[in-house]
Write a protein that binds this ligand. Sequence first.
Ligand SMILES: Cc1ncc(COP(=O)(O)O)c(C=O)c1O
Length: 399
Amino acid sequence: MAFKEKKDFPQWPIWNKEDIRAVEAVIKSNNWWCGSPAEQEGKNVWAFQSEFAEFQQAKYCIAVSNGTVAIEVALLALGVGMGDEVIVPDYTFVASASAVVATNAVPIFCDIDPNTLVMDINKVESLITPRTKAIIAVHFGGNPVEMDRLCEIAEKYNIKIVEDCAHAHGARYRGKRVGNWGEAGTFSFQASKVLTSGEGGAIICNDDFLAEEIYSISDCGRKIRDYFYAHYRYGTNYRMSEFLAAILRTQLKKFPAQHKLRNENAKYLNEKLGSIDGISIMEPTPGSEELGYYYYPIVFDPSHFGNITKADFYKKLNEAGIPTEDCYPPLHTLTCFKEVKLRKSINYSNANWGGKKSDDKNFPVVTNIYSRSVQLPQYLLLAEKGQLDYVVEFIRSLK
Ligand SMILES: Cc1ncc(COP(=O)(O)O)c(C=O)c1O
């Protein structure tokens, strides 16, 4: 195979006339927002909430402005606040932890499983203290966390679970879509996500009272079907606009076929790449039936590739025209978590990061995995088999 000839890989986002017509219809409707809780003038926002809830097999969906505030609102609605501790995997986007900080709680970082790349369930219990109020289960790369085991732990210690499903739209674990195992599931529709409107987010849940709380916090303390200027609790404006909801509705129609293809192509890549000595793929969590595949991570053993560095691995993939995504630096390495000085008056004494605690040796698995991981983006999993073969053969040629 000639690697000089660059393949024309799929681009993201994928849109058509249906998306344009949907946005045009919003413009012409003269109603550009979701509307008051009583009138619900914004037909797209309210319809999208029902459609996405149905797709994710949840009773409720509350649309919000992005995936970061979705986590924050879910935590606030569950009563997480000042000085509480929330366990977060160390390998995730900063939002999974910054949303915790925004509620005045303290994130506690958990190392990952080297095979599935999600939080290591075996390490969770050792991080629980009397102050632990919640766990953020991030389905990294769309790979579900072992939710049955995590739910058992949460029940034992009376801890709430928020599933951060920003990578995991459509993922299914032991017969249930993710987001329905914990108290709430949060989603991002930011530009790179598998379901996107550029920005946007949502929270799903199955409890009537929690759904009311979540709605109220995200809409200035109002109540659904109630008077616009009645504010029952402290809340703020995290509402989604009609434009975002209109695109999400047309994108959601395209999503199931894309999701199916991503899962088929990932299986194909798993077999082919997994047979190359020195390459490990992200192992689907036992019990997972569909993955979200926001990322397709590849972990390489440098000793099988002439001691290539991670930077060179990326460079070579890019030179061959293969699209890639940077990996998240582990949270404990981020500048904002190097020093324990995030918010005033919060007791950070139990934080397992900051100063010497942020040493890589305290997070050995993620440190090792991060040093030799590269990632392919979700849209590459929409490519044709010939294009996937090109990726596989190119990686094989690096040996
Ligand atoms: C795991 C995870 N959680 C939360 C978010 C935050 O979503 P948003 O960018 O919509 O705020 C992201 C975004 O990349 C993410 O990857």
